[in-house]
Design a protein around this ligand. Structure first.
Ligand SMILES: [Fe+2]
Ligand SMILES: [Fe+2]
Length: 256
């Protein structure tokens, strides 16, 4: 089972990058299932039905979330009818589900979404405890793969989660920082791991936001509303995880 996981798709430049390169990658890499982080899909923050459908048309099969997922009004209702999960360690008062079993052409895949507690101001429970509870629910079920996304700020949390889940899940991929890491590897007990896939979107920006706005903020203490960069160079960032061969490899494309 060959899965492509696309890092946080940011705004229109990110969506355009996906539309431009994903159909070719699916063919070239013989991808069976495509997952993407959707928390920044619609104008940099949140997702909408329209932007999810736009990405489905480009070849994305399933979506995960993060701290920005519910930015747009109505998505708390819409999520129930969409192939989108949100972090599992949110309380039950948050709409949507934190994990799901999907049927792919190559078998049943359990996808779990978790969020780190460090430096993220969200109402979260301990993701290490939460993932144990979820895995326990499936201990007697026949699954062909288990993939965990850890949406976290602290690299140390992600590395720790990798070792915590080593040998218990097929892959753990990190998202949220928008900066790609090059530490993809097979952990000692056979779990594929990467700290952060990085964002898909404008690279001449500060994590997707117009650089002038951030520089005004940090140099001149001038607070402005965040505007997301819409022009300039874009990159597509993803990782390929092959559940059968245990290959994990970055699949990145420059669109310039
Ligand atoms: Fe993000
Ligand atoms: Fe995030």
């Amino acid at each position: 089972m060959r899965i492509l996981f696309i890092g946080d798709i940011v705004s229109r430049p990110g969506r355009d990058a996906v539309k431009h390169v994903l159909p070719g990658i699916i063919k070239e890499e013989e991808i069976d299932f495509v997952i993407a982080n959707a928390e920044n899909l619609a104008h940099g923050r949140g997702a909408t039905v329209g932007t999810i459908e736009e990405m489905q048309d480009a070849g994305v099969d399933f979506f995960t979330g993060g701290d920005h997922l519910f930015w747009h009004a109505g998505f708390d209702v819409d999520i129930k009818d969409l192939p989108v999960i949100r972090p599992a360690n949110y309380p039950d008062t948050v709409p949507g589900e934190g994990f799901k079993v999907v049927e792919t052409d190559k078998g049943r895949l359990l996808i779990i979404d978790l969020m780190g507690q460090t430096f993220i101001n969200e109402p979260l429970s301990n993701p290490f405890i939460e993932v144990d509870t979820i895995l326990d629910k499936f201990k007697n079920e026949k699954l062909d793969g288990i993939l965990v996304e850890f949406h976290g700020e602290a690299t140390s949390d992600k590395v720790a989660m990798g070792f915590y889940l080593d040998g218990r899940v097929n892959a753990l991929v990190g998202t949220h920082t928008h900066i790609p890491t090059c530490d993809e590897k097979l952990l000692p007990k056979g779990t594929m791991y990467i700290t952060d896939i990085g964002m898909t979107g404008c690279i001449d920006s500060v994590l997707g936001v117009k650089k002038e706005i951030i520089l005004d903020r940090v140099v001149r203490a001038k607070k402005q509303k965040f505007e997301w960069e819409t022009v300039g160079r874009s990159e597509f960032r993803s990782v390929l995880v092959d559940i059968t061969t245990k290959e994990i490899r970055r699949v990145d494309r420059k669109l310039y």
